[in-house]
Design a protein. Sequence first.
Length: 426
Amino acid sequence: MTDGNVSRRAVLGAAGAGLAVGGVAGAVGGFSAGSSEGAEATDQVVPFRGAHQAGIVTEAQDRLHFAAFDVITDSRDDLIDMLKKWTSAAERMTRGETTVENGALGLGDYVPPADTGEALGLSPAHLTLTVGFGPGLFGPNAADPNRKDRFGIGGRKPAALADLPAFAAEKIEPSRSFGDICIQACADDPQVAVHAIRNLARIGVGVVSVRWSQLGFGRTSSTTRSQETPRNMFGFKDGTANMRAEDSEVADEWVWVGQEDNPPAAQWMTGGTYLVARRIRMDIEPWDRAHLLEQENIVGRTKGEGAPLGQSNEFDEPDFNITSYGAPMIPKTAHVRLAHPSQHGGAQLLRRGYNFTDGSDGFGHLDAGLFFIAFNRDTFKQFVPIQHELSRKDAMTEYLIPNASAVFAVPPGLKDGEWWGQHLFE
């Protein structure tokens, strides 16, 4: 029997020491990571449990694997059993361990390994796993308007959980939109994030199936003040004005669901938040032919420093009254102006998006852009009004093609012994 807390690194080290493949599971129990490796792994562990789920205000990692699942069973018991197994496996993976307690790979040589193994030897890489529940889990939704309340939870659906309305200039593809459950896996190592989604999908066989997924290779926002502002596929700094984890009072107002937001039946969402996911393809080739002045006027910032037009530094507050020859320095159709909280009654979003590149289309154009993720307290009071304004007036819309969309209710964090969705189902 192996040690249930054996690390991925210890397993790989044991295998590299000359153990036969068939003997790894049985012989690895006496191995543990060295002190320096153990310290390194501990430094890269993000706590799985807490008041809020990790992966929201957590310092944004470099890589993303996002997956949306359809629930393919009508059995409430099977769904609950899977969520319990998911919780156990997820917590172990965020610590850098394999998905099962009884060994590195499985129960024996003649059954499929319980863990797929591609993350053996890798550090936890600040892995976070965040779960959310879509409108379809509760009954009718945009993907299936005739769906029944299969699990007896229709009366516990929060009022703020509903599919997004249609916006101008979007081309939403249902095959990679919606979903009953989502998992957001973020890590500083892409293989760690992919391993997590792969193993959760494997555990869920017969209960859920992957509806769609998206890989992200570079964050497009900063969620702590210690992080530098990254750049998007248009080459501009992205997320300069994003909410930061240190802004706890702002997060309380605009991110976390309050007790007063829901009736008693939906109090399981108190302390949670709502996740909006949008796959936005960027029209890269025409953008690359636009001259610098046009690009900067569309964004409302300088491309190099990232400063608001008419000002010098990235973090200068945009001044929409500065003019040049009678015209505003930041055009009225600039993204910065239209997305600014002052244009929306102070409403803010916590952005956590990623760049993506998915090869090219059939015409040789790059299929690349922004996988937009945002967390907010009430999607229809925050994201929806902002997006309606942007889709109608933002000059950047000419270069954007939103083609996937979904919204999920993200419950609060877990206390010791709790499992994902426990307060919803109990």
